[in-house]
Write a protein that binds this ligand. Structure first.
Ligand SMILES: *[C@@H]1O[C@H](CO)[C@@H](O)[C@H](O)[C@H]1NC(C)=O
Ligand SMILES: *[C@@H]1O[C@H](CO)[C@@H](O)[C@H](O)[C@H]1NC(C)=O
Ligand SMILES: *[C@@H]1O[C@H](CO)[C@@H](O)[C@H](O)[C@H]1NC(C)=O
Length: 340
């Protein structure tokens, strides 16, 4: 039974990820999105007027929501209480707080200027005790650590190493898991030992293979999420035009990664636990200008009998990609992407 459980998960995942339970088209290029119990907040990776946008749980944009604009908003992170959002952008990480219970706007609480260390903060991951933020910059080959302190934040460069291009990150206890944009696959940083790891063997056949291809469109490792003992990792194909293509992998750090959802495109993928028995991944499709959710197996599913797989819906409902993408917006996005 214990040996069957992971198999069951793979079968269930391969046959029935409920992609597009929520799916909405966004203006600009969504790089990251987080969910509170009542809304999605989406960051745009655009040079001018890049904003954090608010959508309700059905995917309708709240036009009255306001938040400070930054240049090229990349990773977002949210605290457990859901009252603070951090936004990585050119030169800094912004700490933003909601002004009221209705979350009608975000205001800047603190700006962590990273320009002494990294120019283009990208992925964000908060330590379990929420006292430390890790910040990736794939183009600087670097991981930065911000310790918030009490009104006395400190920054430490964890590494700057050729060959590494940390993009997404997630903290699990003393481990910072990172997926690299190219070649390096998945690595970890051991916080308590200050040890920077090398490519994890479990990522070689999949993440490393896909992001090391010399021919064809480049594929980038981007988002990484820890859920229920597994890592979920997004890899997407760089493409200026549809069809958008990517894969979300499910990785067991003691064995391998397996495709969890082929065709799901996600930049900085995040975990959505707003409905505790319906965990989901949030998939921001940067160039496809769309945000969708992808259901994860509930925590209890690991104990489910193998026969339950037959109850899973037969096929995934892939929501249609937006039919029209303004070429000006796309070019602006591409330019911003290439320059950063
Ligand atoms: C921020 O960006 C939004 C959307 O791009 C725009 O409508 C708004 O005017 C901008 N706000 C400021 C203060 O620049
Ligand atoms: C960070 O500080 C540098 C040096 O003071 C400044 O040039 C830059 O504009 C600041 N960046 C942000 C995003 O505030
Ligand atoms: C694109 O799709 C094909 C299957 O249609 C898959 O084999 C390939 O790995 C995909 N690329 C990515 C980055 O997921």
């Amino acid at each position: 039974m214990i040996r069957l459980a992971p198999l069951f998960l793979v079968v269930l995942a391969a046959s029935s990820p409920a992609y597009g339970a929520v799916s909405f088209v966004t203006p600009g290029n969504p790089e990251s999105a987080v969910a509170t119990s009542s809304a999605y907040y989406v960051g745009q990776m655009n040079r001018d007027g890049a904003a954090i946008l608010k959508y309700d749980l059905e995917g309708n944009r709240d036009m009255s929501f306001t938040a400070p604009n930054f240049t090229n908003i990349r990773g977002l992170a949210m605290n457990g209480a859901g009252d603070t959002i951090w936004a990585a952008h050119d030169g800094a990480v912004a700490e933003l707080e909601f002004v009221d219970q209705a979350q009608s706007s975000l205001r800047l609480k603190q700006l962590y200027n990273t320009s002494d260390y990294i120019a283009a903060p990208n992925g964000l991951c908060l330590s379990d005790d929420e006292s430390t933020m890790f910040v990736t910059d794939p183009l600087a080959n670097a991981l930065l650590q911000i310790d918030f302190g009490d009104n006395n934040p400190t920054m430490t460069l964890v590494f700057r190493r050729q060959g590494l291009s940390p993009n997404g990150c997630v903290v699990q206890g003393n481990t910072v898991w990172m997926v690299h944009r190219t070649v390096a696959g998945i690595t970890k940083y051991d916080i308590s030992k200050s040890e920077v790891g090398n490519t994890e063997p479990f990522s070689l056949d999949t993440i490393v293979a896909l992001t090391s291809t010399a021919q064809g469109p480049p594929s980038f490792g981007d988002g990484i999420v820890f859920w229920n003992g597994k890592l979920y990792v997004s890899v997407w194909e760089f493409s200026a035009a549809p069809p958008w293509n990517g894969t979300v992998f499910e990785c067991d750090s003691t064995s391998t990664c397996e495709p969890f959802s082929v065709g799901s495109v996600a930049a900085d993928m995040q975990l959505d636990l707003k409905t505790p028995d319906q965990p989901a991944l949030i998939l921001p499709n940067l160039f496809g200008q769309q945000v969708a959710t992808l259901s994860l197996p509930p925590a209890a599913a690991t104990e489910a009998p193998a026969t339950a797989a037959t109850e899973a819906p037969a096929s995934a409902a892939i929501s249609p990609a937006p039919l029209f993408v303004s070429s000006a917006v796309l070019l602006a996005g591409l330019a911003a992407f290439i320059l950063h």
